[in-house]
Ligand binder design. Sequence first.
Ligand code: 1GP
Length: 248
Amino acid sequence: MLQTSIYEQIANARRENRKLIGILLDPDKLRLEKVADCLRAIDSQEVDLLLVGGSTVENGDTQALVGKIKELSSLPVVLFPGDFSQITGQADAVLFLNLISGRNSEYLINQQVKAVPLLEETNLEVIPTAYILVDGGVETSVARVSKTEPISPKDEKTILETALAGAYMGNKLVYLEAGSGAKTPIPGSLIAELRSRIDIPIVAGGGIRSHRQMAEAFENGADMVVIGTAFEQNPTILRQILNDEHIH
Ligand code: 1GP
């Protein structure tokens, strides 16, 4: 068991202005026999958290992947579930996602209700997360699966008001999501504007493939950046993206 909760670790990092890196591993794409290699690439870098989840995952695949990771790594594992069925007590925490950029009640309340019986069987730390999908220039699987429209990054007012509503509703994190494989990551100006209006940690993800894009998110006030596709396509690129002395 961890001494401090994952959320406290994120909140402490925010207070100390230490930027966090999360690597997203998708059980639908990462084969179990590749996990060890993947973790080796991650271990040699300053990665803080592993996120596990995906939009379309076969039953049992998340459980198998988390089990394998736990055998091989001591990094905290945080579930980032596209569906309640991906909840597994083998992880340390779950981002309890509220897809508040959309208006599909399935992802506003139904999935959350369905998650309860599974959560009751675990000791998972639940981190209520305002999850906001912003258009990143391509149709993403989050939009397709959730049947919701992303908000245009130009509509800053709606994004900010949605994020603030999420905070007023008690969410402890805001996750600005451009979508996996996004062409354009969340704009720095949008992160900066939200940072000036909100005090809870901000996570930015979707389409981050370079050190410059990661640094832009951090410099504008993101507390954590999530990288998925770039790492998945080429684990050795992580080194280049993190270029560590600039971020820790
Ligand atoms: C997606 O924010 C994450 O949910 C990561 O996106 O796969 O584009 O890095 P990428």
